[in-house]
Design a protein around this ligand. Structure first.
Ligand code: F6P
Length: 331
């Protein structure tokens, strides 16, 4: 155990990047675990931006009362460009040091992990990350906090859209979040019984999509739902719908872009429990001397992975079997 770790007296906690449902449960777990271990806790508002702006406050057990069921993040969040500069990080460290923070827990996605890795290395401050993003696109974990809730939100929307699609015999293109990740699209597409799913990880030509739709129509499907991940190479649901209409004008097409409603809402039970386990583990790992790492879940086990490793490779998150199953289920 390094001297630096032995001296941990105050843990700083923050959320950064896109919010995700369950972040509050993770904050609560970090705060209560640290207090249980006789450590003090500082909450940092707006992620890295809050370190630079020095917007920090003392947290106690009451600070995290009745937040486990809330979406969003009570610590607020931001995407901070200034932290990408050496000067920005130096300013941030000065405020962290002055606040007496000697270890950090960062909750967020890959941008958060990258910032944490650099900051920890530059200033030799222990850092543990918790994967929080609806995209489920992080290495070192099977699941990220918020992914389950977002899937449930999307499925609820698909179910509702299917009612109106079926009533009018319409073809709907539903766009879901995921700039680089098709996890939500695939999962919600399968659970929502979509006729086709367009993913950023796979190129689907418009002609190929039209073939799928024609075959579905031949099988007497009167209404259809196509899930389009935001990062699909055809340029999003509006573009896909326009291209399909241009080639085959006879469908009554509609587009629905679900957008940021996918990021909000009360976290599911699974996300609350996952966030609680990860928050608890993050503090305990720091106090054991583990640093510059992320917690994650593999199967049912909580694990840690060095940030350098988590940031250097790209795990294939897309379930290949599910991609095949989705096609068969659309028959
Ligand atoms: O990373 C989470 C996410 O919701 C992505 O799915 C989406 O592409 C992006 O954030 C949107 O970011 P913003 O809210 O900054 O527009």
């Amino acid at each position: 155990m390094s001297n630096r770790v032995e001296k941990i007296t105050r843990v700083g906690v923050f959320t950064s990047g896109g919010d995700s449902p369950g972040m509050n449960a993770a904050i609560r777990a970090v705060v209560r675990t640290a207090l249980y271990k006789d450590k003090k806790v500082t909450g940092i508002y707006h992620g890295y931006q809050g370190m630079i702006d020095n917007t920090m406050f003392d947290m106690d057990s009451q600070s995290v009362s009745s937040i486990i069921q809330m979406g969003g993040t009570v610590l607020k969040t931001a995407r901070c460009m200034e932290f990408k500069t050496t000067e920005g990080r130096a300013k941030a460290y000065e405020h962290v040091r002055t606040a007496g923070i000697d270890a950090l827990v960062a909750i967020g996605g890959d941008g958060t992990f990258t910032g944490a890795e650099i900051f920890s290395r530059e200033f030799n401050i222990p850092v543990m990350c918790i994967p929080g993003t609806i995209d489920n696109d992080l290495n070192g974990t099977d699941l990220t906090i918020g992914y389950d809730t977002a899937n449930n939100t999307v499925i609820e929307a698909i179910d509702k859209i299917r009612d109106t699609a079926a009533s009018h015999n319409r073809l709907f293109f539903i766009e879901v979040m995921g700039r680089d990740s098709g996890c939500i699209a695939l999962n919600a597409g399968v659970a929502g019984g979509a006729e086709a799913i367009l993913l950023p990880e796979r190129e689907t030509a418009i002609d190929e999509l039209i073939d799928m739709l024609e075959q579905a129509a031949d099988r007497k499907k009167s209404s259809m739902i196509v899930i389009v991940a935001e990062g699909d190479k055809n340029g999003g649901a509006n573009n896909v719908a326009r291209c399909v209409q241009e080639k085959v004008g006879y469908y009554d097409t509609k587009v629905s872009i679900l957008g940021h409603l996918q990021r909000g809402g009360a976290p599911s039970s699974a996300d609350r429990v996952l966030a609680t386990r990860m928050g608890y583990a993050a503090v305990n790992e720091l106090l054991k001397g583990n640093t510059r790492a992320t917690v994650g879940v593999r199967g049912s086990e909580i694990v840690t992975t060095p940030l350098e490793e988590a940031l250097s490779k790209k795990e294939l998150k897309l379930n290949e079997d599910l991609v095949e199953i989705a096609k068969i289920m659309a028959l």
